[in-house]
Design a protein around this ligand. Structure first.
Ligand SMILES: [Zn+2]
Length: 285
């Protein structure tokens, strides 16, 4: 009698220090997701001002960190600034892991895509997506593809890409600019074909996938366009296509605002299951 094979598990990059004293669900859901994930996490080293300046105007970064300008929550808080330093760092740590080892890694982070080059709004302060993309480029990756599955337009990401003239090396696929209602109703195969086409067109060395939970039709912000099952098929299709192309993926937990937070956490755990299963399928015993 042989013991059951150990299935590959998606590594999760996360620090408890990402949780600040702010009640908003985008922060408070993180410990619930980690508890549900049932695995050890890898803790990143926090970012510094210099890291944030890879995506943002120096004076903006300095003002937020010195508590002379508000963060994306509209407050001035050393606790939130510390959380942000770990949150952005966890996405790069996941991306770096995926680049070095292939496959998929998860960053239990959120709150990036509305952070613009020199300003913030919508609960985003620093754009961890753009920072991770720039670090990947510095490590030798030629192109980074951001598949932003959040139900809202990633305007901050576009702002940073424009200000930093990254348009040829960082591709932002965001709501209604490449992803959105046009994909509603797709099964996993459809999402895989959709992702396959993006990978063929852009040939990225890294995918940053924001598995936004607010694309769920039951999300209270009302921007969702996918059923619970369709959300799972989206994740399955994206992961399957990336692994087939041998393109490393780092994904995170964007969006998702249900009260209580159970459904949002369930959506994120559904993404984690899809991630684990994609790794299993790609590494036959
Ligand atoms: Zn959103």
């Amino acid at each position: 009698m042989s013991s059951a094979p150990t299935l590959p598990r998606t590594p999760i990059f996360y620090s408890p220090k990402q949780v600040a004293d702010h009640a908003f669900i985008s922060i408070q859901k993180l410990p619930a997701f980690i508890a549900g994930a049932k695995r050890q996490v890898v803790e990143p080293d926090p970012f510094t001002a210099a890291d944030f300046k890879l995506a943002h105007k120096a004076s903006y970064v300095d003002a937020v960190l010195a508590l002379k300008a508000s963060n994306g929550f509209g407050t001035r808080s050393a606790s939130i600034n510390q959380a942000l330093a770990y949150s952005s760092a966890s996405l790069w740590a996941a991306a770096e892991h995926a680049l070095e080892n292939g496959g998929i890694a998860c960053s239990a982070s959120q709150g990036f895509h509305h952070a613009s080059y020199d300003s913030n709004f919508g609960y985003c302060t620093f754009n961890g997506l753009v920072i991770a993309a720039r670090m990947a480029l510095a490590s030798g990756v030629k192109k980074v593809l951001i598949i932003d599955g959040d139900a809202h337009y990633g305007d901050g990401t576009d702002s940073c890409i424009q200000a930093l003239r990254l348009g040829k090396s960082v591709i932002n696929i965001t709501r209604d600019q490449g992803i959105g209602h046009a994909q509603a109703g797709l099964k996993a195969e459809g999402w895989a074909a959709y992702t396959h086409e993006l990978l063929q067109r852009h040939r990225p060395g890294l995918v940053l996938y924001q598995a936004g939970a607010d694309a769920w039709e039951g999300d209270p912000y009302g921007s969702g366009y996918l059923s619970f099952d369709e959300m799972g098929w989206r994740d399955q299709g994206v992961f399957a296509a990336c692994l087939e192309h041998q393109t490393p993926v780092a994904w995170n937990l964007a969006g998702g605002y249900t009260e209580p937070m159970d459904k949002t956490v369930a959506l994120h755990l559904q993404t984690l299951t899809a991630s684990d299963q994609a790794l299993s399928a790609a590494r036959p015993a």
